[in-house]
Every structure is written in C-alpha cells, then in structure tokens.
Design a protein around this ligand. Structure first.
Ligand code: BTN
Length: 266
C-alpha cells in the first residue's frame, strides 16, 4: 500500500517520505496527534488499512473496515492564530471534492460542514482537530478524512445501507484506494499552499459544492430543542447562515444539522 501510494505521488509532492502506513490502528487522528506531540513535521501523513476506533464529529464513531476505504490523517503546523483557521474544515472539504473527482470521475457534494455526499448518501467525513499554542497561536492541526471506497451496498451494516455509499458504487466502477489516497494527499498539499492566502476563492468553491445551502434544515444544539429553518448561506468563517421559522437569522457554528431529503430526514 505505502509503496504504491508513493509511486503514484507526482514529482511536485514534497512530503513523500513523511508517509506512515499502519495495517491497523485505533484512530489515525489519535496516533498522529501523539506523533505531533513528539515533534513530527508539517506534512506527516498517517494512513491505516483498518481503524478499530475511528472517530467522527460529535463523539460518533466512523466505521473503518479493512480494505474498504481510505482512513488518512495529515499533520499541519500553520504559522498563524487559531482564529485564522476557522475555515480549515471547509478548505479540506473542497480539497477532498477535488481528490474524489480526480480518482473517481465525479464531484461529490458537501453536506455542511464536513460530510462528502453522493445524492442523499454519505461517502465520507472529515474530523479536524486543533491544538492551541501560546497567545492564541495554532500549535498544530490534524485533519482526518475517511472515505468509503470499495463497499457494495450489502457490505454496509443494514442500519447504514440506505444512508451510506462508496465511491465505487457511486461511480459504477472500481475505485482504487491507493489512487484515491495519493489524490487526497496531493489535494491537501495544494490546499496547504493557499490556506492563508486564497481563502475567498476557496470559500466560493465551498459554497458551490455545498448542497445544504437553500435546503430546509433541522438543527439540534446541545441542551436546546430542535429548531427548523432554511439554510441561506455559509459565511466566511464557515458558519451556516440559517433563517429560522420564527424569523430569526443566525450564523450557526455548532450542533447537528439534518438536511431535508438526506439521510433519514423526510
Ligand atoms: C465524520 O463523519 O463526522 C468524520 C469522520 C472522520 C473519519 C476519519 S478516518 C481518519 C481519521 N481518523 C479518525 O479517527 N477519524 C478520521
């Protein structure tokens, strides 16, 4: 796996030797955070063939069976404040749309904030974790991405069969995990190059890929009742601008958003 990915990376990719591969780990994000604390450099990538404790947002798990997907984390050490990285997850999402398009021949949508979708089904997700340094500076960021690559519908547990999809099923042909992984690494490298300078152009691309904008949504915030509204936009910090049914318009940063017509929201 590692040799094949390295052979697929173009000559302009500068971090070939910073790729670590594990047949199995609990969570590539957790392992990479431990490596970051012991000094691993900017650009280090950890890929596992299987995760036993893959994590998603809001404390969820991310199913990571052997040989079926790409489970990849990249370490970044941006020279900026944490505030300047508010858009990082959006930037990673756009980069992953580019990578999927290159590897599978179609462009997925983005369900705000961090899900990659094909129609009404989830293809993968992004978990960005930031470690703070002194004075509001970012110490490091670990961006973790899991993408379902080879599953047939019957390979998903029954509870997920209707709401999850793989790139191979969506594309109607085999998508090779190594090809996808190499495209993901290259797209993340390009994202890193323009992370602080190309924010406006990137956010315009995010809005155009984001399928949540214009849809009726349901918002569940911790300790609050379910709220209904319509998603109007995504602002420059990556917050979802929602017109609630009681007339309020608010930029929402956290909570669980269900989009009408997707996953199980009818
Ligand atoms: C989500 O769906 O909420 C995000 C899923 C992120 C999964 C990836 S797989 C690689 C990395 N390691 C983890 O434990 N999580 C991320």
């Amino acid at each position: 796996m590692k040799d094949k990915i390295q052979s697929l990376l173009g000559p302009q990719y500068p971090w070939k030797d910073l790729l670590e591969y594990l047949p199995e780990t609990d969570s590539t994000n957790d392992r990479l955070k431990a490596l970051a604390k012991s000094g691993a450099p900017h650009g280090t990538v950890l890929i596992a063939d299987r995760q036993t404790g893959g994590r998603g947002r809001n404390g969820r798990s991310f199913l990571s069976p052997e040989g079926m997907g790409v489970y990849l984390s990249m370490l970044l050490r941006p020279q900026c404040t944490a505030m300047e990285l508010m858009h990082l997850t959006c930037a990673v999402a756009v980069a992953m749309c580019d990578a999927v398009e290159a590897a599978a021949g179609f462009r997925p949508g983005i369900k705000w904030t961090n899900d990659l979708v094909f129609g009404k089904q989830k293809l993968g997700g992004i978990l960005t974790e930031l470690s703070l340094g002194a004075g509001g500076l970012a110490d490091f960021a670990v961006v973790g991405i899991g993408i379902n690559c080879r599953q047939r519908p019957e390979d998903f547990p029954e509870a997920l069969r209707e709401i999850a999809c793989s790139l191979s099923a969506a594309a109607g042909r085999e998508v090779c995990p190594e090809v996808l992984a190499a495209n993901m690494m290259q797209a993340l490298y390009h994202m890193d190059q323009t992370l602080l300078t190309g924010k406006d152009a990137m956010m315009a691309r995010y809005r155009s890929d984001c399928v949540t904008i214009g849809k009726d949504i349901c918002l569940l915030r911790p300790g609050a009742p379910v709220e209904h509204g319509r998603a109007l936009d995504v602002d420059d910090s990556g917050a979802l601008v929602v017109a609630f049914s009681d007339g309020r318009v608010e930029a929402v940063n956290s909570g669980e958003v269900s989009v009408r017509g997707m996953y199980h929201y009818v």
